[in-house]
Design a protein around this ligand. Structure first.
Ligand SMILES: O=C(O)CCC(=O)C(=O)O
Ligand SMILES: [Fe+2]
Length: 320
């Protein structure tokens, strides 16, 4: 009896232990499922966040190619854009201040031969100096030439040797090309060309993939030319080398609220636009090769006008 009782007690005790074990197992299983569900939720949330971020950046990065390098335009391609409100704060110059804003590209104003001649001019000039970082400039007006981490005056720096670098023909070509670009801008925007003036800085640029050393080398930042350069009302860029064969990266990018729009450089191609904040832009980083271009810009304000560049007089005398 006692034994039986004991036996019964044992049986009852085993059942209780079994129950406990079962309960423990169930609890463990439940908490395992909870953990698994938690991990799953984390994974789902991460995936959703990643997808959202991807979608968001995708949206921001939508890139429309306005004009690709392989296309040769037979007539200017004009892309109207709404003028920014900034113009309300600017002084107006009748016949010049934009009434409508745009960006445009032409392949017929400058020939590839002329672009090559200008590129050779840039190569000769820039071979005398050059930045340590990826971007070098040469300004024929002021003589500013990138040199290491600063600038020198190429006319002073090379003295009489300048005659081996530039000829009168080079300067004549620059003047001719500048005047054709001015005519094209005037026609496209419906301006009086005689009320537009060349303004500074106008410069040749050479960009490669070398890492930037100074702020001057950081050409890729988004900017508004009218803010950066003050006097600019119309910016033009004459490309002297080809995207995709002379260099990689280095596309010109208009940054619009609805996405990015690019112009692919091509030797002889002129891209021009009103310089206000309707044409916020940047240059993509060059990843290989060397990119040459000239920035030639115009102002409506006669106080900011500059003349065509000329060879310094001692050199002009030396040149036959
Ligand atoms: O070289 C280019 O394509 C653009 C240069 C530019 O934005 C500038 O000179 O202000
Ligand atoms: Fe610019």
């Amino acid at each position: 009896m006692v034994a039986q009782r004991r036996g019964n007690v044992k049986v009852n005790g085993d059942a209780a232990i079994e129950k406990k074990i079962k309960r423990g197992n169930a609890q463990r299983q439940a908490s395992q499922w909870k953990r698994r569900a938690g991990t799953l939720w984390c994974a789902v949330l991460t995936a959703v966040a990643t997808l959202g971020w991807w979608y968001f950046t995708l949206d921001q990065d939508i890139t429309e190619t306005l004009v690709s390098r392989s296309v040769v335009l037979q007539r200017p391609k004009v892309f109207p854009v709404q003028c920014s409100e900034d113009y309300e704060n600017y002084k107006r110059f009748p016949g010049c201040t934009p009434l409508s804003c745009a960006r445009a590209v032409t392949d017929t104003v400058v020939t590839r031969e002329e672009a090559l001649a200008l590129r050779q001019l840039a190569e000769r000039g820039l071979a005398l100096g050059g930045s340590e970082g990826g971007a070098s400039i040469l300004d024929l007006h002021s003589g500013a030439l990138s040199m290491g981490q600063q600038f020198v005056n190429i006319y002073k720096y090379s003295g009489a040797q300048i005659k081996d670098v530039f000829s009168k023909e080079d300067f004549d070509l620059y003047k001719d090309v500048r005047s054709r670009i001015q005519g094209m801008i005037a026609d496209t925007f419906g301006l009086d060309s005689s009320r537009m003036y060349l303004t500074k800085p106008t410069f040749f640029s050479r960009i490669n993939s070398t890492e930037a050393r100074t702020a001057h080398d950081e050409y890729w930042h988004p900017h508004i030319d009218k803010v950066t350069y003050g006097s600019f009302d119309y910016t033009s860029l004459l490309y002297l080398s080809d995207y995709g064969s002379d260099f990689g990266g280095g596309r010109f990018i208009f940054i619009d609220a609805s996405g990015n729009r690019t112009v692919e450089p091509r030797a002889g191609r002129v891209s021009f636009f009103s310089s206000g904040s309707e044409n916020l832009h940047r240059v993509e980083k060059v990843t290989w090769g060397t990119r040459y271009a000239i920035t030639v810009s115009f102002t409506c304000d006669p106080d900011h006008a500059i003349d065509n560049p000329t060879l310094p007089s001692p050199v002009t005398q030396i040149t036959p």
